[in-house]
Design a protein around this ligand. Structure first.
Ligand SMILES: NC(=O)C1=CN([C@@H]2O[C@H](COP(=O)(O)OP(=O)(O)OC[C@H]3O[C@@H](n4cnc5c(N)ncnc54)[C@H](OP(=O)(O)O)[C@@H]3O)[C@@H](O)[C@H]2O)C=CC1
Ligand SMILES: Cc1cn([C@H]2C[C@H](O)[C@@H](COP(=O)(O)OP(=O)(O)O[C@H]3O[C@@H](C)C(=O)[C@@H](O)[C@H]3O)O2)c(=O)[nH]c1=O
Length: 285
């Protein structure tokens, strides 16, 4: 991670210590690209002065991986979530508009209500059912209002070999426990962070706008857990349950499968989630 101001990079990664931030760093490192990566201490997007100070003129792409991602925590701390996921994103978007950079930003399937029965197109009406979803919707609006060049990339059910994520949680639980109940009435698309970073980079050559990027295929959290345990060789009795039987502070959309056609037209077919899961598991000891 560098804080060198004399150097004008092609890419600036914000929120670089998060799960997706690390995937982006590793991608740009592997391709030997010029980039600066800022963690939260180096660049806090809620700090009005920091954004302009750290993102100099000449930068071409600002990749925003910073967010408040604790979905249940957002219910109690919606103001803070909105400051980060809404206003902070707006500040990045205004800076990008001012210097002519493109903002690569991540939003979520949780901006949708979840009452559809076919994949949500990119222009489907959004109607979040949680504080997290509302805060992310505020970020999307702030970008649109800023007039900056952008790729607003909605993704879902993100995981990686590192960080806090469902795959690592379920690897642990299916190893430690004899039985486990997992909700089987929420359907969506898991997404490898490494796959997401790579596809996002490909989309830099595409038009501005909103894209959906996930792994291919779809499943419920229960089916996802079954496959994690199967691939890991964990012998755990996994039982399906309903959302009502697994109460949480935040409501989740029942159906959040997002249509991939715009992305696949620009970047090719999205790899199936089971294939990407195997790829990620192979990187975990
Ligand atoms: N995880 C998922 O399942 C999904 C995520 N997304 C979106 O993808 C993006 C990346 O998510 P993910 O990698 O999982 O997130 P993480 O929670 O792993 O990382 C977010 C990073 O943002 C940092 N951060 C928080 N607040 C600020 C701030 N004010 N200024 C600068 N940095 C800040 C955090 O730092 P610290 O840890 O120090 O607080 C953390 O390093 C987010 O926009 C998220 O909403 C979309 C769909 C699914
Ligand atoms: C741990 C556990 C979870 N679950 C359920 C609860 C919930 O409905 C579902 C997923 O739980 P999690 O809390 O891991 O996931 P959640 O925080 O809802 O994940 C979301 O994060 C944000 C950031 C996004 O943007 C979304 O795309 C999505 O990935 O699994 C079980 O049924 N059994 C279990 O043992």
């Amino acid at each position: 991670m560098s804080d060198d101001h004399a150097f004008i990079p092609v890419y600036v990664i914000v929120g670089a210590n998060g799960m997706l931030g690390r995937a982006w760093r590793e991608l740009l490192e592997a391709e030997q690209r010029d980039y600066l990566a800022f963690d939260r201490v180096q660049l806090d997007i809620t700090d009005p002065d920091a954004v302009a100070a750290k993102i100099p003129e000449g930068v071409r792409y600002v990749v925003n991986c910073a967010a408040y991602t604790n979905v249940d925590g957002c219910e109690e701390h919606e103001d803070e979530a909105t400051r980060i996921n809404g206003e902070g994103v707006g500040r990045l978007a205004e800076r990008c508009a001012a210097i002519g950079a493109t903002l690569v930003h991540y939003s979520t399937d949780y901006v949708f209500a979840g009452d559809a029965d076919s994949p949500y197109p990119t222009d489907a009406p959004i109607a979040p059912v949680s504080a997290y979803g509302r805060s992310k919707a505020a970020g999307e609006k702030a970008i649109a209002d800023s007039g900056c060049s952008h790729r607003t990339i909605r993704t879902s059910w993100l995981y990686a070999p590192w960080g806090n994520n469902f795959v690592r949680t379920m690897l642990r639980l299916t190893d430690e426990k004899d039985t486990l109940s997992v909700v089987n009435d929420q359907r969506g698309r898991p997404t490898s962070s490494q796959h997401l970073a790579a596809v996002s980079k490909t989309l830099l050559a595409a038009n501005d706008g909103v894209y959906h990027v996930t792994d291919g295929g779809e499943c419920t959290w229960f089916e996802f857990t079954q496959e994690i345990a199967r691939q890991a060789g964990h012998d755990c009795d996994i039982q399906p349950c309903t959302t009502d039987q697994f109460p949480r502070p935040a409501k989740r959309p029942a159906y959040s499968v997002m249509d991939l056609s715009r992305t696949e037209a620009a970047a090719g077919k999205m790899t199936d989630w089971k294939t990407n899961l195997a790829q990620v598991l192979s990187q975990i000891d």
